[in-house]
Design a protein around this ligand. Structure first.
Ligand code: CA
Ligand code: CA
Length: 147
C-alpha cells in the first residue's frame, strides 16, 4: 500500500510523468492544469478543493481556464474543478465523465495512469475552447503541489 503522506505519495519519477502530461496538454492550449495532493480535507472535500484552487492562484488565470485535479488522500476523495471560463464551455456531463475515467483507474491503484488520462482529456477540451496562443505563458507551475 502507498503512503498517505502527500509529499512522498508519488515518486520523483511519477511526479515527473504527471508534470510532463500537464506540459504536453498545455502545449495545445492556453489553459492551465494542476494536480494537488492533500493529506486530509477538513470537512467537505469539494469545499477543500475550492479553497486550494484559490490558494494556489488558479482563479487568477487571464481566461479563467484553470483545471484542478484534487486528491485528498486519507479520506480517499477526488475532486475535479474547472474555473468558470472552461466550465461555461464544456458539456454538463464533461467533468463527471473525466472523473469517472480517473476513478476507475484509481480503484486499480493506477494513480499516475489515471491522472495522465484525465489530464489528456481535459487538455483536449481546453485545446478546443482555448487554443494555444503564440505568446502563451505558463501562468501556473506544472509541478504537483501538496498540503
Ligand atoms: Ca498557459
Ligand atoms: Ca502550467
Amino acid at each position: 500500500m502507498r503512503t498517505l503522506d502527500p509529499k512522498i505519495f508519488f515518486s520523483a519519477e511519477e511526479s515527473a510523468k504527471i508534470s510532463n502530461a500537464i506540459e504536453q496538454a498545455e502545449k495545445r492550449s492556453s489553459g492551465e492544469i494542476r494536480v494537488h495532493l492533500q493529506k486530509k480535507s477538513k470537512g467537505d472535500a469539494f469545499e477543500a478543493a475550492k479553497r486550494i484552487f484559490e490558494k494556489i492562484g488558479m482563479t487568477k488565470t487571464a481566461e479563467r481556464n484553470g483545471v484542478l485535479f484534487f486528491i485528498s488522500l486519507q479520506d480517499k476523495q477526488f475532486v475535479l474543478l474547472g474555473d468558470k471560463g472552461i466550465d461555461e464551455k464544456v458539456p454538463a456531463n464533461f467533468w463527471q465523465s473525466v472523473k469517472d475515467l480517473v476513478l476507475e483507474k484509481f480503484k486499480e491503484e493506477k494513480y499516475v495512469e489515471a491522472l495522465v488520462a484525465g489530464i489528456e482529456e481535459c487538455g483536449k477540451k481546453l485545446a478546443d475552447h482555448f487554443p494555444y496562443q503564440k505568446n502563451d505563458q505558463d501562468e501556473l507551475s506544472n509541478e504537483v503541489t501538496y498540503s
